[in-house]
Unconditional design. Structure first.
Length: 111
């Protein structure tokens, strides 16, 4: 009973806050910022995503870029052999998105 009550409360909050819509809009905004700042980069092959699951496909090994991002306080992981993956929380702010983008621009520029 207690576990079900907790689940019910979590679902009510998820539905009431319309989390999926917020994630979709925040992801769209972050992808747009990334495309604007990195679209012309010779190192970036493609920027793609769905909601807040975002991947930046690079023409270089992403490990140095990921290490650089971590040094700047931005959490990113590798997906496949050339993709830097971001999985930010759904409550990401515009300022957080700008930090991700500016950090990635700086890290990609150093490659």
């Amino acid at each position: 009973p207690l576990a079900l009550a907790a689940l019910r409360g979590g679902l009510r909050a998820y539905i009431g806050d319309r989390v999926w819509e917020k994630a979709y809009e925040a992801g769209k905004e972050l992808i747009s910022l990334l495309a604007r700042e990195l679209g012309g980069s010779r190192v970036v092959k493609e920027i793609r995503g769905k909601g807040l699951m975002i991947g930046v496909d690079l023409r270089v090994n992403p490990l140095n870029v990921i290490k650089c991002l971590q040094d700047r306080g931005v959490l990113a992981t590798r997906a496949g052999s050339t993709v830097v993956r971001f999985l930010p929380p759904y409550m990401i702010t515009k300022e957080d998105s700008e930090v991700i983008v500016s950090s990635l621009v700086g890290c990609v520029g150093g490659v």
